[in-house]
Design a protein around this ligand. Structure first.
Ligand code: ADP
Ligand code: MG
Length: 708
């Protein structure tokens, strides 16, 4: 059962199954304050009387239990005889269980019940304000509200373990696991082997592995629980970092890159004659970072983060010009055909009459045209190839590919990235661009193998987008605002959510919305685009909007990535409550690309969950993608963060939490870096324990390497 449901096979697996929270058994509720919504309650009092109710199947035993503030019913459907024999009236008991409402009365069925040790509790019974939980989340190490009894020999914290429905049916609930766990620890005669080297234990004043594991299950005291948590979180993050850094180090030693010593003529020509504006400081810094990388002789793997509109494309182009100046070809991969086409247009416009040839290769480039491009590519006549996944097909052969730019990283899988490596004898340099800003702590863990550059500065002269929250019911004022913008000659997006499971309803929403909008704006031309349309149709309709032939574009999230229509000044997001923060921010980035004041209008229903309210407020308050990503991480936890799903590894964390344990992560990163820097050859006996343990983890956990 443990194996099937929880993957627990060995004693090691078992003791590695940490509680997800602790129940403080020294705290009690007053019966008068109990309601049916509480997950669990603990009360102290006496049984006033027993009562047998009903006959046959529905028969049950009820104990009327009171603490002086009220009476609650304890109910048993089985084992009635045992109960009446074991428990008596006028004795103090501690009762623990889940309250529920039955026919208007609150009862607790099959509670845990044990005799109260009044002598130890004395006058010290701590009643809990009913709004407070009696649980201590593992995440929140702050459990300083301990009672006097909690500091006695045995702590009052009991572990709570996650179990599945199937397990519960067989009686394998949290308590049963706790008992098993207790037995496992009793069976172990020797202390558990240490997994961290002495210098780390000393530096951070950590308790031993053995102590930590025992205390994470059965805390001796709140203090010890805190120490156990700190040590185990550190350890977990430390070994994740060891893996990443070891890999990075080995790669940087092994993978020889293409040397590009020159800045080159094309770059200079562009910089002095064609560059239409001054680069921002951030753009210059990133170009310098790339330049340092590619002249060094080590293969570059760099992640370029920059908010929507921060000018990544230009940076990419200038890096490509350096590669071209060193007589190499370059390519840029975009996630969609539309984006690839836009890149082509943008890049050709930037290049003007320069002697640099950029071509497009997507799935829809066919026949003779395709053949010409493929031929010219292999003959080295094309300097920049722009395309979609099509460019990594085997048939696409370069003469000398030196630099690959990947736009919107999260839509390219690891496997596709790997395929690029095969295009050359020497792996090309890789620059990955993403507009989904990833908080630094996360980037460190996720992309440990990539160096990270950040454009944290917007080109001058942009007016910040104004974000407004409107309820559905205020559609009239929404339409007025939209009409006003259209009268000024601007264009408007209306975006509807499209989430796979409810695709049909969503499409219906979109169609209805479209009809309403057509009615509300009878003088406007309205485009409609959604994922169910054929790519060619979709493209044609988008182009119509981009050319200004239609004033309103009603769509699902297909426009999310990168489309550039500077004349569009309003982004209306319908059912905004259904979008995640990063997605909202991405969508908002579609406007504010011209010089005009732009607006993002978030339309939601009236009743919103608290978390949703927070999300919407963050959007209204902030235009900063990094801040939003940081908040997103806090609200949702890293597992849900867009673009991180494919990593498949960093988020199997058992105890550490990337959103909350940033400091511990930094400590772990630093310690791991020291070891990797000083002892990559695994010679130093002080570090032996680390290398050995790392190997053991690698063996037992699949997919560590997938992060690359
Ligand atoms: P991103 O790809 O990062 O979202 P883009 O590269 O599309 O952003 O740039 C957004 C717009 O800003 C483009 O129209 C681009 O030409 C312009 N731009 C880029 N860099 C600068 C700059 N330094 N000064 C002014 N405008 C710039
Ligand atoms: Mg872009």
């Amino acid at each position: 059962m443990l194996d099937k449901e929880l993957n627990i096979r060995t004693v090691g697996d078992m003791i590695g199954y940490y509680p997800y929270k602790y129940i403080d058994r020294s705290k009690f509720y007053r019966i008068s304050e109990i309601n049916g919504n509480m997950p669990y309650i603990q009360i102290i009092g006496q049984i006033l009387s027993f009562e047998s109710i009903g006959e046959g199947k529905g028969s049950r035993l009820v104990a009327h239990f009171s603490d002086g503030t009220g009476v609650i019913d304890l109910v048993w459907f089985q084992g009635v005889k045992y109960i009446t024999k074991t428990y008596s009236t006028r004795t103090f008991y501690v009762v623990f269980g889940k309250p529920q409402v039955f026919k208007g009365r609150i009862n607790v069925a099959h509670p845990e019940i044990e005799k109260a040790d009044i002598s130890s509790l004395g006058d010290n019974i701590q009643y809990q304000n009913y709004q407070q939980e009696i649980f201590t989340d593992v995440e929140h190490a702050d459990i300083s509200v301990s009672t006097s009894s909690a500091n006695k020999a045995k702590s009052s914290f009991r572990p709570a373990y996650n179990t599945t429905d199937r397990m519960k049916k067989r009686g394998l609930n949290s308590n049963a696991i706790a008992k098993l766990m207790e037995n496992v620890f009793k069976m172990m005669t020797e202390p558990l082997k240490e997994t961290l080297p002495n210098f780390i234990l000393n530096r951070y004043n950590f308790i031993s592995y053995d102590q930590a594991v025992r205390n994470i299950h059965f805390p001796e005291s709140p203090e010890m629980l805190r120490k156990a948590q700190a040590r185990l979180k550190f350890e977990e993050l430390f070994y994740v970092q060891m893996n990443i850094l070891k890999y990075t180090k080995e790669r940087s030693r092994k993978i020889h890159g293409i040397e590009m010593p020159l800045v080159g003529e094309p770059f200079n020509e562009f910089y002095y004659k064609h560059l239409p504006f001054k680069l921002t400081n951030a753009q210059m810094r990133v170009i310098r970072e790339v330049r340092e990388d590619i002249k060094s002789g080590v293969q570059m793997n760099r992640l370029l983060q920059g908010d929507v509109g921060s000018g990544k494309t230009l940076v990419a182009l200038m890096c490509m010009l350096i590669a071209i100046g060193n007589k190499y070809q370059t390519c840029i991969m975009a996630p969609t055909e539309i984006l690839a086409e836009q890149h082509l247009q943008t890049i050709r416009k930037f290049l003007g009459d320069m002697n640099v040839r950029a071509e497009l290769l997507t799935g829809s480039v066919k026949g003779k045209k395709r053949k010409t491009i493929l031929d010219d590519l292999i003959n080295g006549k094309i300097n920049i190839l722009i395309g979609t996944h099509a460019v990594i097909e085997d048939k696409v052969v370069f003469d000398k590919l030196g630099l690959v730019v990947i736009d919107e990283q999260h839509r390219f899988g690891v496997a596709q990235r790997a395929k690029l490596w095969m295009k050359n004898d020497t792996a090309p340099h890789v620059l990955v661009m993403t507009a989904t800003p990833i908080p630094r702590t996360l980037a460190m863990t996720l992309y440990g193998d990539l160096d990270v550059s950040v454009i944290d500065e917007m080109p001058p002269g942009r007016k910040p987008i104004q974000t407004i929250h409107l309820f559905d019911a205020h559609r009239k004022s929404l339409y007025l605002r939209v009409q006003h913008e259209i009268d000024l000659g601007r264009q408007v997006y209306f975006v509807y959510p499209l989430i796979q499971e409810s695709e049909k309803i969503d499409l219906k929403n979109l169609e209805e919305g479209y009809d309403n909008i057509c009615k509300a704006f009878p003088l406007c031309k309205v485009s409609k685009v959604h994922g169910k349309m054929k790519p060619a149709e979709k493209d044609a309709e988008m182009q119509r909007f981009a050319r200004g032939e239609t004033q309103i574009l009603v769509s699902t999230t297909v426009i999310e990535v990168g489309v550039n229509v500077p004349n569009a000044s309003v982004m209306v997001i319908e059912n905004a409550e259904r979008f995640g923060l990063s997605q909202l921010h991405q969508l908002r980035g579609r406007v504010g690309r011209g010089a005009d004041q732009s607006y993002c209008i978030l339309v939601t229903k009236y009743q919103l969950a608290n978390e949703t309210k927070k999300r919407i407020q963050i959007m209204v308050d902030s235009n900063d993608g990094f801040e939003i990503a940081e908040q997103d991480l806090k609200l949702r936890g890293p597992g849900d963060l867009e673009g991180t799903q494919q990593s498949g590894m960093a988020f199997d964390l058992k105890i550490a939490n990337l959103a909350k344990d940033g400091i511990i992560l930094q400590m772990a990163r630093q310690a791991a870096q020291e070891i990797v820097d000083n002892d990559i050859d695994q010679q130093n006996p002080n570090f032996a324990i680390v290398w050995k343990h790392l190997k053991e983890i690698r063996k037992s956990q699949i997919n560590w390497g997938a992060i690359s």
